[in-house]
Design a binder for this molecule. Structure first.
Ligand code: NAD
Length: 375
């Protein structure tokens, strides 16, 4: 099988294969073709890929794409990319929710596709979980960004000039990104409070030395596959009131609350955000899903009455070396499942690991439910 690792499009700095994973795939008799410069932004040189056993190709070479059996990507497929041949498999974060273009492309070119965002959260898939490996980075970097922008220290300090109180941080959402934000803020010496709606989050939050804010009692949203379900409007209103009471002495808010395939819960309205003191910093990691903060805008830093609101949608790409290394390992772990010992593609839709994330099998669409009104 020929595995193509392209140079990603646009501003993406990550790459779906590292020299280490290329070496591992080469041992399994797979030929990796890496587009020149694909790893440069992640600190992987063309020479390192060659030394690991890869062939190098010019970016976007249609002959190379037509010969590939497997395309490993970070970002979604783009219409302007060269065509793959019928039956080829695409593995990547394909952003399938509401993505009509993706389904048309997969059907039109008769491709198979695994969308890594849809991997089930079962123990067998843990090593392949790109959402976790990338969200961990986002949570870590969000706190560093906010700390760098903050007008005060994070830790408590006792100095000859007097005592400095530790910064007070609120983390909204205690999933993978949120828990890493808690851990990072704690390491920097901050006092941390956390809001989540899943009861399981309490113990995780407390084990990191943070305080769990009780959600409203009535109408707590259920869970499905480890994820929170969407909350009702009444529950969110009650939750907003509870959070508003917590905000007056908060220096930093890290927003990570999300519900898969749905808009992120709006928890910091404009009025509630205005309760923060001037100089406070909000980092909204849910901004691409509409945001937890009404004021956040994708990719923008907005100063609202002295409160800095950072709409941070691409933080993993700002730590490209480790983001790519971990992503590449996740992908390589998945390939252990989809490539047989004899080196053939083996896409079993009955496999509970593949069933939810195999969006298309040789052009036969399996997840049209993700695109409302798909005809
Ligand atoms: P996510 O990005 O979908 O959501 C982030 C967090 O937001 C979740 O903790 C969710 O409960 C929370 N949230 C949703 N609505 C909220 C609201 N109104 N207020 C406050 N918080 C709200 O989730 P994620 O981080 O990808 O993962 C969620 C959980 O899944 C993890 O914490 C973990 O327990 C589990 N998980 C399991 C595995 C596995 O078993 N393989 C792997 C990764 C994660």
């Amino acid at each position: 099988l020929k595995v193509l690792i392209p140079k990603e499009m646009g501003a993406e700095t990550r790459v779906a294969g590292s020299p280490d994973t290329v070496r591992a795939l080469a041992k399994r008799q797979l030929l990796c073709v890496v587009e020149k410069g694909a790893g440069t932004a992640s600190g992987f040189s063309d020479e390192q890929y060659s030394a690991a056993g890869a062939e190098l190709a010019s970016p976007q070479d249609s002959a190379v794409w037509a010969e590939a059996n497997l395309l490993l990507t970070v970002g979604p497929l783009q219409l302007e990319q060269p065509k793959l041949s019928a039956g080829a498999l695409v593995v990547g974060q394909l952003a399938p929710h509401g993505n009509e273009n993706l389904l048309q492309l997969l059907q039109g070119q008769k491709l198979s596709a695994i969308s890594l965002e849809l991997l089930p959260r079962i123990s067998r898939a843990q090593s392949m979980d790109v959402l976790s490996s990338q969200a961990n980075i986002a949570g870590y970097k969000a706190v560093l960004l906010a700390a760098a922008a903050l007008d005060r220290y994070m830790p408590m300090l006792m100095t000859a000039a007097g005592t400095v109180q530790p910064a007070k941080v609120l983390v909204i959402g205690a999933g993978v990104a949120g828990l890493q934000a808690v851990a990072t803020a704690r390491r920097l010496g901050a006092v941390v409070k956390v809001s989540d709606v899943r009861p399981a989050a309490r113990e995780q939050v407390e084990s990191l030395g943070a305080r769990f804010i009780e959600p409203p009692v009535q109408g707590v949203p259920g869970e499905q596959g480890g994820y929170a379900k969407e909350a009702t409007a009444a529950f969110l209103e009650a939750q907003r009131q509870g959070l508003a009471e917590q905000l007056t002495d908060i220096d930093m808010v890290i927003c990570t609350a999300q519900v898969p395939g749905r808009p992120a819960p709006l928890l910091l309205t404009k009025e509630i955000t205005e309760l923060l003191r001037p100089g406070a910093v909000v980092v909204d990691l849910a901004v691409a899903q509409g945001g937890n903060c009404e004021l956040s805008q994708v990719g923008e830093n907005i100063n609202h009455k002295g409160v800095l609101v950072i709409g941070a949608d691409r933080l993993p790409a700002t730590v490209p070396h480790h983001a790519s290394s971990l992503y590449a390992r996740n992908v390589a772990a998945l390939l252990e499942v989809v490539i047989s010992k004899t080196g053939e593609l083996n896409l079993d839709p009955e496999d509970p690991l593949l069933d939810p994330c195999l969006v298309s099998l040789a052009g036969a669409l399996r997840r049209t439910d993700l695109v409302p009104n798909w005809k």
